[in-house]
Structure formats: C-alpha cells, structure tokens
Design a protein. Structure first.
Length: 472
C-alpha cells in the first residue's frame, strides 16, 4: 500500500457518487468554485496520554451563494447525491513545496443549512466524523439461525470463558492482538484502506461478548491488553484507524522503518522560539504559543494491573486472590515517591492480556510489568507542555519552508523536539531528554487567504517522551 502526498488534492473534496467505504472514490473538489469554502476546523486525538484516544471530528463552513450544495435545488449538479456518510477529505496546500497534504479523511455526518436573512446566501456547515464513528455503530451479532458465525469463533466448550448458550453470544478465541483486531475489522467489512494495525507484543485471552457490544469497544479492550494507554488506537490524518504497540514510543524510528512510510509516515520535528528559527531557519518551526505546568496529577507511585484470566495448561482460569494481591507495585519507603508526595494510585484491572510475545511472560508477569512501568516512569513529577501553538507565515520569510512542511504533515505519534528559552534562564532544550515530546492530539483552524495558501492556526497536545524511558 502506498499513500500519496494527498488522497485528493484540494482544500475540501467530497465523494458524491460513491458508497461510504469505497477505498478509491471519485472526488469532487469544492474549492474549484471561488469563495465557496470559508474555513474548516479539525480536532483529533487526546489531550492527555492516560486518556483513551477519541475519534476525529471536523467542521467545514461553506458560503453557498448559488445553491450548489442545496438538496432542495433540482438545478444543483449534485442534486440527489447530497446525503450523510459521503466521504470527505480536507487538505492543506504547502506553497513552498508546491504540494497538497491530506489533513483529515472521514465522512459527512450532517449537512446543516442556515438561511441568511438576505436570502442571498446559505451558510452551510458540514459536521464530519472519521472511521472511529463507523466502528462505534457496528454492533456484534450472534450466529444466524442456521448457525453461521457472523462475528467471532465457534465456541470451545472446554473453555470456561465460552458461554454455553452459543446461539445468544459471541465468542472470540485467544490469538495475538494484531490477528484479533484484523479479524474483527474483516468481519465488519472495513477495507484495509481505512486501517493499519501493527503486530503488537501480546496475545489476548478468549472472551465471550453479549450482542450489542460495539466493534470499537472490543478493539480498544484488545489494545489495552498490549499496555494500557501506551499502546494506542488513533485516527491518523489519512482517515485510518491505527494501532501502535508499546515500542512505537520507545523506539519510533526503528518501528516506523519496519512499517514503511505507507504504514507510518513518522517524523521527528524541531520546534523553537524566534531565536532558534533565526539560527537554523531550515530546520526549526517557530512556536507562537507556549505554556507548561508541573503538577501532582501526573504522579503515580502505586500501580495495580491484573489479568482477567491466567493460562492453566491448555485452559484458562481466573487469577486467585493471592495472585491478585501480588500484582501491586509501589515506590515506598524513606525518600520514595510515596514518602515525598503521599500515595498516588493508578490501576488497570481485568486486562485481556494472555501472555507476552516479546517478553515470554505469562499473564500475571506481563500485567505486573505494566504496573512496574507506570511506577518507574510516573513516580517523579515532570514538566508538561500545556499549550503549544503555531501559525502559518508568508513564503519567503525566514523559517517559512520548514514551518509549512510541519503544519501540513505533523500527525499524532510524531515526535516534537522543543527548544525555547525562559526569561531569566532555563527553558526547554530539544537536544536533551526533557525537551522531547510525542504528539497526542492535533487541533487546527484553516481559513482561505487571499493568495494560494491558507491562514492556519495549529495547536498540539503532547506528552513527555521521558515517560517512555523504560518499557516491559
């Protein structure tokens, strides 16, 4: 699979005549009509790395003076094709490199029309969602009356996790996390253009589910089995549901190299203040908004991680009370994190972790290593960036080339090296471990300017790379 620089060159492109999940639809570029597209906003990802990543959202504002996108106008060239769940892409033009880059691919969830009092223009707002929304409305169904399996596997009745009332439940056998996720995506009829799943490093245990569970909920449970919140399911800028395992944080360059640019177009960007741009304008994107905090809410010195099941030969069983008690990891004692800050707890219980493929651990050992990871990496307060903003600039200005590269391509899971001076001394140095961050969320506002490029405001949510110094 090869991803082009832009799935559809243009600011706003809609596939009016194709089915919702067509991998290669025919796109219509709306900004070919001057003045039609007024602006768009995009929000993807999560604010904090211990949150579950949300699906992406976008909103497009259109000034429709000619009724081109009015479903009540029979003279519109799109009459009869203006419906929800049409595919949409939002792009950004890089005026320095002379190329388009895709910033969002998803689906129009709703067309909202506001009649201006003059009745000379309709202000149309397109609410857009991505593949997460599609997965969140697909509910698991039990076997058909003739016994045909629609989701999951034929129940193994020697497995105590398999509900004996097979006609009313859905059973998934144990397999590695990659195969489990891709099996479900195939059952949901999702073309591979809309996902990219890394191999992962664990198996997931067998499990029985009730009808009505959503595909997205199952996938997120299986992702948590890899290592909660470090392993991540996120929507990338190409509209794909992407699963990254734990080592995408500790060694992203190597993992990206194995995946290839079509699997993960990973970048490590340099960003800094105005002085850094003047010193190295071809390799630093200028920061326009910056704030950081140092608080207690991100301190963890007591962590409990437990598996739902433990392998017992060829079968599975729940962990015993004694085994569960042994899963607690603490940084306690004189001079410890608990001594300095009090007990700060975090837990992830009943994880579907089977065993560690990379480590060779059983379920108890693997999940306890998760707890150890959180205590080792979160027991000490760290400086966290709370605001990180960028603004487009005219081509030809110092730093414009690198800035436009950055604001057209940066994505969730990229690395940002931050160098910025603080008044009176101090600050962040991208050359040191405390100046490196991972992108967790992307928020952007794009307004067409008078020229060939947009006025762009980009803000990022980031997590310190120093949280991933040690890993199971």
């Amino acid at each position: 699979m090869t991803l082009p620089a832009a799935i559809a060159p243009g600011r706003v492109n809609i596939a009016f005549t194709d089915r919702t999940l067509e991998p290669n639809p025919t796109w219509t570029r709306l900004d070919d009509t001057p003045g039609l597209v007024a602006s768009y906003t995009i929000d993807r990802g999560r604010q904090y790395e211990l949150d579950r990543t949300d699906g992406g959202r976008a909103q497009v504002t259109i000034n429709d003076r000619y009724g081109l996108l009015d479903p009540t106008n029979p003279s519109s060239p799109f009459y009869g094709d203006i419906d929800p769940l049409k595919q949409i892409t939002l792009g950004r033009y890089n005026p320095v490199a002379g190329e388009w880059q895709t910033r969002f691919r998803g689906f129009v969830s709703q067309w909202n029309y506001l009649f201006h009092p003059s009745q000379q223009v309709n202000v149309l707002t397109l609410d857009c969602v991505d593949i997460f929304d599609v997965l969140n409305v697909i509910q698991l169904l039990p076997p058909k009356p003739d016994g045909t399996i629609r989701f999951g596997d034929v129940p193994d009745y020697t497995d105590p996790t398999a509900n004996t009332n097979a006609a009313a439940f859905i059973y998934y056998a144990s397999r590695n996390v990659h195969d489990q996720i891709t099996k479900l995506l195939g059952e949901c009829g999702i073309p591979d253009a809309f996902w990219f799943i890394f191999t992962g490093n664990v198996t997931v245990v067998p499990q029985t589910y009730s009808p009505g569970e959503t595909a997205l909920a199952l996938i997120q449970e299986w992702v948590d089995a890899e290592l909660p919140f470090v392993a991540n399911l996120y929507p990338d800028r190409f509209g794909r549901a992407c699963f990254h395992g734990r080592y995408a944080k500790t060694n992203p360059g190597s993992v990206a190299g194995s995946a290839g640019p079509a699997g993960w177009d990973w970048h490590e960007y340099q960003v800094g203040d105005g002085f850094q741009v003047l010193v190295n304008p071809t390799q630093v994107a200028q920061i326009r908004e910056f704030a950081f905090q140092r608080g207690y809410s991100q301190v963890v010195n007591s962590a409990l991680c437990t598996p739902l099941l433990v392998a017992a030969g060829a079968a599975w069983r729940p962990p015993t009370t004694i085994e569960l008690a042994g899963q607690l990891v603490e940084d306690a004692g004189s001079g410890s994190s608990q001594d300095l800050y009090g007990i700060r707890s975090w837990s992830a219980q009943s994880l579907l972790t089977g065993h560690g493929i990379a480590t060779g651990n059983n379920a108890l050992q693997e999940t306890k290593a998760f707890a150890q990871y959180y205590v080792d990496n979160y027991k000490t307060p760290r400086n966290r960036i709370s605001q990180l903003g960028f603004r487009s600039m005219q081509p030809g200005q110092p730093g414009a080339g690198y800035l436009w590269l950055f604001i057209t391509k940066v994505d969730i899971a990229d690395q940002i090296d931050v160098t910025i001076s603080s008044p009176g001394g101090g600050g962040f140095s991208g050359g040191g471990p405390d100046g490196k961050f991972f992108v967790e969320g992307v928020h952007e506002i794009s307004n067409p300017a008078a020229g060939a490029y947009d006025d762009v405001t980009l803000t990022l949510d980031v997590s310190p790379a120093s949280y991933y110094a040690t890993m199971p």
